[in-house]
Ligand binder design. Structure first.
Ligand code: FE2
Ligand code: FE2
Length: 168
């Protein structure tokens, strides 16, 4: 059981907890990096009138997701970890690969919702793991979780609108 007395998460007796948190932070870092790649592509690829709003929205998110990657990387270092090199990267975002037709905006929106959902699930995991062990990681991740919840809600709205149009 980790303790928050003395040096807290930086205490030698919390080494095991630190390793656990570092692994979670590393995964979070890669998720953000991959999201940056996916959002760059999807802020440029989509074609058509309905694509405009989505492209602009994703373009804004790129900076925010990059900021998240930098926050996770900084925290890795603070916990005596090393930010991994690019050769350790393994892509996972199947749903955010380019659609067959670039006018298929629904494909992009669903991919974004899936990525944001994955981030929300993983960050909730970090917040749980850091509880009563690492307040700073917990506080930082809560802030990032808030951003992802906002992103997910925004794209749910886009999807709702497009699906309503289809029915009409
Ligand atoms: Fe993010
Ligand atoms: Fe996000």
């Amino acid at each position: 059981m980790a303790t928050t007395t003395g040096l807290g998460i930086l205490s030698p007796e919390n080494a095991e907890k630190r390793t656990e948190i570092l692994e979670l932070l590393e995964q979070a870092y890669w998720m953000e990096i991959e999201t940056v790649m996916s959002y760059v592509a999807n802020s440029i690829n989509p074609d058509g009138v309905r694509a405009q709003e989505i492209r602009e929205s994703l373009e804004e998110d790129i900076q925010e997701e990059l900021g998240h990657a930098q926050q996770f990387a900084t925290r890795i270092k603070e916990l005596y970890g090393v930010v991994p090199g690019s050769k350790d990267f393994a892509a996972e975002q199947d749903a955010l690969q380019p659609p067959e037709h670039q006018t298929d905006v629904v494909h992009v929106i669903k991919g974004v919702i899936e990525a944001e959902t994955g981030a929300i699930e993983h960050y909730n995991r970090i917040i749980e793991a850091a509880n009563e062990a690492d307040w700073v990681t917990q506080d930082m991740t809560i802030g990032i979780l808030h951003d992802e919840e906002r992103h997910r809600r925004l794209f749910e709205g886009y999807l709702r609108e497009l699906e309503a149009d289809r029915v009409a």
